[in-house]
Design a protein around this ligand. Structure first.
Ligand code: UTP
Length: 298
């Protein structure tokens, strides 16, 4: 058993360049791209808050001011909405700035996800903490994150989110060699970043949710540039495995990688379909598109 201090802090890396989403991300962060009518990172912060994490540190970089502004007050807008008696919108805008205790830190250069997490060290201190990637959204009512926090509470060790992906796609992810513990929980034997499908140890991909013991920071101090020349979080997890057990919580549904164009569009369509105020109209639009373009044929 390790430390069982409660997890209260979340670190949200959002300093990447988002090159897969250019030109949209040239001057705006991909984490601010709207999914229906809410920026992706707001879904992520809401997920953290629902799981009981009230101290949020967002790791930002150059050109990411829009994130800070979004979670700040906007008095001019609030005044306008008040004058126009748009009370629902006013409430929504105010809630965004009151959601949690949100802090910001800059990663001066986008040297990789491992480096982004390491800049959170001073803020996090000697406590367990969660990491939620700002471009990965989960629509599972925070169930996965809660189960990871529970795993930490039970074993006092780190927990990674894992999802089965088609073998051909595993080279886009960190991949683990698992040892089953019980349904939905594995122990991580080893981990490798972006393996070729033929040498991947499994089809279990590491997805953007983590709960770490503070020892991950010592491991982050020791890594050197890995896959893609970046300081990889995966490599630090590999080093952590030398001294501590790491668990993996396997989940099935409810995740969108909005840094990927097709997944971004899927997120927008599915989340709009789920909305009471939009679902019917969006379903009608989709039916018409499918009909007019003959998309069911062949
Ligand atoms: P990604 O690899 O998906 O983000 O990192 P990226 O580098 O912005 O994307 P592409 O590949 O160029 O399109 C996952 C998360 O980690 C953050 C990103 O902002 C994203 O939320 N990240 C990545 C950092 O904060 N710093 C980095 O140096 C790299």
């Amino acid at each position: 058993m390790g430390s069982t201090r409660a997890v209260t802090k979340a670190v949200i890396p959002a300093a990447g360049l988002g090159t897969r989403f250019l030109p949209a991300t040239k001057s705006q962060p991909k984490e601010m791209l709207p999914i229906v009518d809410k920026p992706a990172i707001q879904y992520v912060i809401e997920e953290a808050v629902r799981a009981g994490l009230t101290d949020i540190l967002v790791v930002t970089g150059r050109g990411k001011r829009a994130i800070e502004d979004h979670f700040d007050r906007n008095f001019e807008l609030e005044y306008y909405l008040e004058q126009q008696a748009k009370h629902d919108l006013l409430k929504e805008v105010q809630q965004t700035s009151e959601m949690a205790d949100i802090h910001y830190i800059r990663q001066r250069d986008p040297l990789g996800l491992g480096h982004a997490v390491s800049v959170a060290r001073e803020h996090v201190g000697d406590e367990p903490f969660a990491v939620l990637l700002g471009d990965d959204i989960m629509v599972d009512d925070s169930q996965l994150l809660r189960s990871m926090i529970d795993t930490h509470a039970r074993y006092g060790r780190s927990a990674l989110a894992l999802k089965r992906v088609p073998q051909a796609e595993i080279s886009a992810y960190g991949c683990v060699e698992p040892e089953p513990v019980h349904d939905g929980l594995v122990q991580v034997r080893s981990i490798v970043e972006k393996p070729a499908p033929e040498v991947a140890p499994s089809d279990l991909a590491v997805i953007g949710r983590y709960v770490f013991t503070p020892e991950i920071f010592d491991a982050l101090d020791r890594i050197t540039p890995g896959a893609g020349g970046e300081l990889q979080l995966t490599d630090a997890i590999g080093l952590l495995l030398d001294t501590q057990t790491v668990y993996g919580c396997v989940f099935e549904d409810g995740r969108y990688d909005i840094g990927q164009k097709v997944d971004f569009l899927r997120a927008n369509i599915e989340l709009a379909l789920d909305r009471d105020d939009l679902g019917g109209d969006v379903a009608e639009v989709l039916r018409r598109i499918v009909r007019e373009r003959g998309l069911l044929d062949g």
